[in-house]
Design a protein around this ligand. Structure first.
Ligand SMILES: Nc1ncnc2c1ncn2[C@@H]1O[C@H](COP(=O)(O)OP(=O)(O)OP(=O)(O)O)[C@@H](O)[C@H]1O
Length: 257
């Protein structure tokens, strides 16, 4: 049996000049794992953690490795494999430069990229659109004519088309309406489960996190102050920041606690 791909952050410290945002974060994500959520108050370092995982920021202490290789100083060949196998998507990660690009062409391009990298999978354009709750008629649409929420959904479908080992989503559905988000959560979880893609979901949207993630980490004061199923983390409220979030989201908390 081959070892499963693993992204590993070990005792991660660092941030920006004069602002040590993270102070000892440990995270292990392995392909095939159930989706994991990262939640916490604004400004506590969730996006900063994503930058460390991606290798665009270097930690002052600790390491991030992918299959044993340090992501902040990878040789070109490893960096290429890392980029193909660990996909990052944020709310504004989609830039369209080709004015003729249709949704189908865009998705086909992503499927071809997956094939070229030996990452074939039997997923049709229809299934990818269905996973992000877009009807088939969207296949013919020009990307430039889509709304912000529709573009985010296509961006997510494209990320799924490349069948990453690990998919890191940083507030991926901010422009999508709550009803569609609910439908997408179930379908994305089903598809990523089938593809063996481990999802890391960073979001303020507790309902989305609860729907998609069996396990969450709560980031505050530079570290994970509590981890477990969202309902348990909120109910235990081991940190003042958790109590504040639990109180600020009474409806969600009543349902999940
Ligand atoms: N490029 C940067 N240079 C300097 N400071 C930054 C930079 N990016 C973020 N910060 C600071 O680092 C801290 C953590 O920011 P980060 O964006 O990681 O938080 P977050 O938890 O993702 O917040 P939110 O939930 O609001 O997106 C904040 O105090 C922020 O002001």
């Amino acid at each position: 049996m081959t070892a499963r791909s693993t992204l590993l952050a070990r005792d991660l410290w660092g941030g920006y000049p004069g602002n040590e945002v993270l102070r000892g974060v440990n995270l292990t994500v392995t392909a095939g794992d159930a989706p994991v959520g990262i939640v916490g108050p604004s400004g506590m370092g969730k996006t900063t953690l994503v930058r460390f995982l991606r290798g665009t920021l270097r930690p002052s202490r600790g390491t991030v490795t992918y299959n044993g290789r340090n992501t902040a100083k990878m040789p070109r060949r490893d960096a290429k494999a890392f980029k193909a196998e660990v996909r990052f998507m944020s709310q504004d990660s989609l830039t369209i430069t080709d004015p003729q690009l249709t949704v189908t062409r865009y998705l086909k391009g992503a499927l071809a990229e997956a094939r070229k990298g030996g990452r074939t999978h039997a997923t049709s354009i229809e299934e990818l659109l269905d996973a992000v709750a877009l009807e088939e008629r969207y296949a013919k649409r020009n990307m430039l004519t889509l709304s912000g929420g529709e573009r985010q959904r296509v961006a997510l479908a494209v990320a799924l088309a490349t069948r990453p080992e690990i998919l890191v989503l940083d507030e991926p559905l901010t422009a999508v309406d709550p009803q569609a988000r609910g439908a997408m959560a179930r379908r994305i979880t089903a598809l990523t489960g089938r593809l063996g893609t481990a999802v890391v979901l960073v979001s303020h949207d507790l309902e989305l996190v609860e729907r998609m993630c069996t396990h969450v980490h709560f980031l505050a004061d530079g570290t994970f102050v509590s981890s477990g199923p969202l309902g348990e983390v909120l109910a235990k409220a081991e940190h003042e920041a958790i109590r504040e979030i639990a109180e600020a989201a009474p409806l969600a908390v009543q349902r999940f606690r």
